[in-house]
Design a protein around this ligand. Structure first.
Ligand SMILES: Cc1cc2nc3c(=O)[nH]c(=O)nc-3n(C[C@H](O)[C@H](O)[C@H](O)COP(=O)(O)OP(=O)(O)OC[C@H]3O[C@@H](n4cnc5c(N)ncnc54)[C@H](O)[C@@H]3O)c2cc1C
Length: 558
């Protein structure tokens, strides 16, 4: 049980500290660093009795076994950047995986010259990106094969992890658990596509290994063998997933690879203890263009044109992508631009953002290509499309060098951060409110219709809002910014109405953030009670009693 009640670096007993937080009126002083572990970026605050920070796979397994023997509910945490409350505990024990953060080794597959990096789940995306870019890894404990592969890797050109979630303090385990996406997912797809193998620990501590190209369902029947003899078998849910970018509920398809059932499962089926990720060669030519439009409709038309800008093959994410095209197409509406301008003016943390010109909408396009000639041809088509959609190509910003590209990415990242700061400020006056952030995607022919619906209903309701995000994937985040509890209620009601409208049009209620604890009612709108029951049946097989990540995806106890 050592792992469960470790002393933290601070020297305090973790079990005791968590108790203090749950009962802040106790005579012991409250340690603010542990209060943090009761919440994630959704700002939902949970409760828990104990917490531990296993630092090795063995400690993690030992903790899971002990917790299973005691029948204790367990909530998994990675970077706690999730915005649906998935890492927020509903009692029991918190297993924080942030110290399971070793790079485990590198493998090479000569066919396709593929490099695969194995890591523990607590490795942060920012650390992974930096290590891959610099080709410098903490190699302690690596096998000779891995060290040799690293030498080979260093002799190649630059590589990257293609899914590019905006929040880089997220962990690999969290990204796999939510099947996270980012701006580059327009061309390269979500995290799922880059997971080559998974080492999973089930809620009772038994181990399961899964790999791409491995175990498959037969129709909707699944059967997996865990190490130690436990058989997991049953029937997959019968729902059909929406044919859009989608990250809500269990991934299900007849004859599917069973690793895909685990990816995006939000920790309700097992703990990812080890993840092997496919790295891609970085394209030779990368250019970012930020353009400003006098009308939002012009920005949306431009996005539509950019969707067909030579993406053929790029969505395969592999070498076929090398012919180039748009890799990211990101929207900022007028309100988003206003908020960024205001943050730049008033908040020193945003002082370095570029000066944004007045506009009703802006689009960031990132072009990836191998040949300079091809990149130039793509830029030429882009400029033509800009002129046709009412924007001045001369007023666009072009970023070619890594630092300039980084600046435009920082601008994009600054937006959700600015929204969170604004809401935190408002919560001081009214703690009952939170940001209401949609994560819905629709089939592309439906995009303009739902954007009009969002705008019309928000303006009729008199709510403050902004829109931004992955318009290339017809996936636009609407952030409603309530100024009080009444507006929060109105916004929440709108959110449910939109979910029905989006589902009616063949869309999804979550394209990248997952369901967590906050979006269970929306998943019910998508799949109905029967769909949720079918998911519960799979959970019960993997995770009897729903002890692990209780409440995620399908809720708990009404
Ligand atoms: C400013 C901002 C921008 C964001 N931008 C994006 C974006 O562009 N794209 C996107 O997809 N998301 C985005 N997010 C959401 C969030 O970053 C992602 O959901 C991310 O993948 C969560 O990773 P995490 O390590 O923080 O996980 P956590 O929040 O700690 O956990 C998320 C879920 O994963 C589970 N989990 C964690 N580790 C494991 C594990 N090892 N095994 C099994 N389950 C586990 C948790 O229990 C929880 O259910 C953004 C968030 C913020 C705050």
């Amino acid at each position: 049980m050592a792992a469960l009640h470790n002393r933290d670096e601070s020297g305090y007993n973790e079990r005791q500290i968590m108790r203090e937080h749950i009962a802040p009126s106790a005579s012991h002083p409250v340690k603010p660093d542990y209060v943090e572990y009761l919440r994630d970026e959704s700002r939902l605050v949970g409760r828990a009795d104990t917490i531990s920070f296993p630092a090795t796979r063995d400690e993690l397994q030992e903790a899971l076994r002990a917790l299973a023997a005691a029948g204790t509910p367990v909530t998994l945490q990675g970077g706690r950047t999730g915005i649906t409350g998935g890492a927020v505990p509903l009692g029991g024990h918190v297993l924080n995986l942030s110290r399971l953060n070793r790079f485990l080794g590198l493998r090479h597959e000569p066919e396709g010259n593929r490099f695969l990096l194995a890591v523990e789940p607590g490795v942060l995306l920012s650390d992974l990106r930096e290590a891959v870019t610099r080709k410098e890894f903490p190699t302690q404990g690596w096998s000779q094969d891995s060290l040799d592969t690293l030498e080979l890797f260093r002799r190649q050109g630059a590589y990257f992890l293609a899914p590019d979630p905006t929040e880089s303090t997220a962990s690999v385990g969290g990204a796999v658990s939510t099947n996270a996406s980012g701006a580059l997912s327009f061309a390269y797809g979500p995290t799922r596509r880059y997971v080559a193998s998974l080492g999973v620990l089930l809620a009772d501590g038994s181990a399961l290994s899964l790999r791409r190209g491995g175990q498959r369902a037969e129709g909707l029947q699944y059967r997996l063998q865990a190490e130690g003899g436990r058989t997991l078998e049953g029937r997959l849910p019968s729902y059909r997933m929406p044919q859009v970018k989608h990250a809500a509920g269990l991934y299900v398809e007849p004859d599917m690879e069973l690793m895909d059932l685990l990816i995006g499962s939000e920790g309700v089926l097992g703990v990812f203890a080890q993840v092997e990720l496919l790295l891609l060669p970085l394209p030779e030519q990368i250019q970012g263009v930020m353009s400003f439009f006098p009308q939002l409709s012009g920005a949306l038309s431009f996005a539509e044109r950019m969707r067909s800008l030579g993406t053929a093959g790029a969505r395969e994410g592999g070498p076929a992508a090398r012919e180039g095209g748009a890799a990211a197409i990101e929207l900022f509406d007028a309100n988003a631009l206003v908020l960024l301008r205001s943050q730049k003016k008033h908040n020193p943390a945003f002082a370095e953002l570029p000066d944004l010109p007045p506009a009703e909408g802006a689009i960031y396009v990132e072009i990836h290509a191998e040949e300079q000639e091809r990149a130039e041809a793509l830029l030429y088509s882009l400029a033509e499309a800009l002129a046709a959609c009412g924007a001045d190509p001369e007023a666009s910003w072009i970023a070619e060098h890594p630092r300039e590209l980084e600046r435009l990415k920082e601008l994009r990242h600054a937006l959700p951060e600015a929204v969170n700061l604004l809401i935190d400020e408002r919560r001081k006056a009214d703690p009952a409110i939170t940001k209401l952030a949609t994560d819905m995607a629709v089939p592309c022919p439906e995009l303009n219709g739902v954007v009009s619906l969002f705008q019309r209903s928000l303006e009729e309701a008199g709510l403050q809002y902004l829109m931004f995000g992955h318009v290339g994937d017809c996936h636009v985040h609407v952030n409603i910014l309530p100024r009080g509890v009444e507006e929060y209620r109105k916004g929440n009601a709108l959110y449910q109405d939109w979910a029905r409208a989006v589902v009616d049009r063949g869309g999804t209620i979550s394209a990248e953030h997952g369901v967590g604890k906050l979006k269970v009612p929306l998943l019910r709108i998508l799949y109905g009670e029967q769909g949720l029951e079918e998911i519960r049946a799979v959970i019960e097989t993997f995770n009897p009693g729903f002890r692990l990540n209780r409440g995620n995806m399908v809720g708990w106890g009404g």
